[in-house]
Write a protein that binds this ligand. Structure first.
Ligand code: AMP
Ligand code: GLY
Length: 443
């Protein structure tokens, strides 16, 4: 990536960076940020067992809810830039609080995070801005839901309005199933997140993830990505947080991406401005490419996981400048991201049982890894009492490789996966099937 209008000398101090979050996403952000020679130390709150394997990275034990202690510590560490990874602290207004304390923060305030933490608000937002999305009904009671479900002539999707760790969306096969989904949400399955239900027209098409780094007014797009949400091969089984990804996605040609920019990205930023929302962070557009064009399935106010682990290795040392510029509201919008013609593929190794119940605490063995343009980002790991790396989450490791084409990138990723083992390890063998030319011949 080269940023034409920027040289490292005329920028502010960027020695100490803080990243909040504990997943593979945050580790990959740390990995990309530490590449910059101005960066001396990257702190992670809380990070995970893989964080300190990354150059210049250090974990800090501190409760972000303890605001006084947090500010004291960040002042003591002379933090120059804060990157907030997950949606929950953003939805709770952590970025607003830290900005008020004069920190430079990459991550939207509570008002911008509403794009993610209230699906009904996001749908109204899109309606106001004429942004293509599935038709919807915002519903406040089960009786109301019942009426709509049983009179609907089209299949519906049922969603809890608030944050539900990716579990609040139901894609029913019948009206009765649809009703039961609404009933379970109104009965408190997701607590307060289910006080409102959104019923949506079911739409069809491949899904893609588009990320815009936004400084409040201007934006720059990261390479596009495609996630694999379903647990099992051939996109079967339950929805997960994501079992693997690749970037960029050839499905989005330059022309098509232009259409997405005109119909979706720019109108979103214009509408944010109209609503007086100074959005300084990443806008994640979860899109479906339907026969009638691109439609927004959802907005997120954070980087996707595992899309972030997939995209970060394509960034060069100037990436941190983009984050800083967003935090300060001074992107030019002309910054260029040059990925040196590499592509990237990521496969997630998960715990048996994920996305439902799973056990943790199993030792992770890692053999001889090809580290040439390959990374292993810990997603859910910790260290046992005797310092052994153990599983500590549903998604455990992100295995990421880059090369000039997807066949080689995924070949390297799967070769590395053969060297990794823990009790109950599970991964999909078909990640990137859409772009691996060798895939159908071999399988
Ligand atoms: P979300 O948590 O909103 O990303 O939804 C999870 C998944 O549900 C999406 O990735 C889609 O595969 C699916 N989905 C959500 N909304 C719709 C819709 N209106 N029509 C079809 N599928 C949907
Ligand atoms: N990979 C999907 C998400 O982060 O929501």
């Amino acid at each position: 990536m080269s940023i034409n209008s920027t040289s490292s000398k005329n920028l502010h101090r960027l020695e100490n960076i803080l990243i909040i979050g504990n997943g593979g996403r945050e580790n990959s952000l740390a990995w990309a940020i530490q590449k910059n020679e101005l960066v001396r130390q990257v702190y992670l709150i809380p990070g995970n067992a893989g964080s300190e394997r990354i150059n210049k990275c250090k974990r800090i034990k501190i409760d972000i809810e303890n605001k006084n202690e947090l500010v004291e510590k960040l002042n003591f560490l002379e933090i120059d830039l804060i990157v907030i990874g997950p949606e929950i602290p953003l939805a709770n207004g952590l970025a607003d609080f830290l900005r008020k304390k004069d920190f430079k923060v990459f991550g939207p305030g509570k008002d911008g995070a509403k794009l993610e933490y209230s699906k009904s608000w996001a749908k109204e937002f899109m309606k106001d801005a004429n942004i293509p999305t599935a038709n919807f009904w915002k519903v406040n009671s089960l009786a109301e839901a019942k009426k709509i479900i049983y009179s609907s002539l089209i299949p519906l999707v049922v969603k809890a309005d608030g944050l539900a760790s990716g579990k609040g969306v139901f894609i029913p096969d019948s009206k009765d199933e649809c009703y039961r989904a609404a009933e379970s949400i109104f009965n408190g399955k997701f607590g307060k997140s289910g006080d409102i239900v959104v019923l949506e027209e079911k739409i069809e098409g491949p899904e893609v993830s588009v990320f815009a780094l936004c400084d409040g007014e201007r934006y720059i797009l990261l390479p596009t990505a495609q996630d694999h949400k379903r647990l099992n091969e051939n996109d079967k089984g339950p929805n997960t947080g994501g079992m693997g990804a690749y970037s960029p996605t050839p499905l989005l040609t330059e022309d098509y991406l232009d259409r997405i920019i005109k119909e979706i990205v720019e109108p979103t930023i214009v509408e944010l401005n109209k609503k007086n929302i100074d959005y300084r962070g990443v806008i994640y557009f979860g899109l479906m490419i339907t026969q009638s064009g691109p439609k927004v399935i959802e907005y997120n106010c954070r980087f996707g996981d595992p899309e972030c682990q997939t995209i970060m290795p394509l960034m060069d040392q100037n990436f941190v400048f983009l984050l800083e510029k967003c935090s300060m509201g001074n992107l030019t919008g002309d910054e260029k991201i040059d990925t040196l013609d590499k592509v990237s593929g990521c496969v997630i190794a998960s715990s048996k049982g994920y996305p439902y119940d799973y056990k943790t605490g199993f030792p992770i063995k890692i053999g001889k890894i090809d580290s040439n343009d390959c990374q292993i980002f810990d997603s859910g790991t910790s260290l046992s009492k005797n310092g052994e790396l153990i599983t500590d989450g549903g998604r455990v490791l992100s295995i990421v490789c880059q090369d000039k084409d997807f066949d080689i990138a995924f070949e390297k990723a799967y070769k590395n996966l053969k060297e990794i083992n823990f009790d109950g390890i599970y991964f999909r063998n078909d990640i990137g099937y859409q772009v691996r030319e060798n895939f159908s011949k071999k399988n």
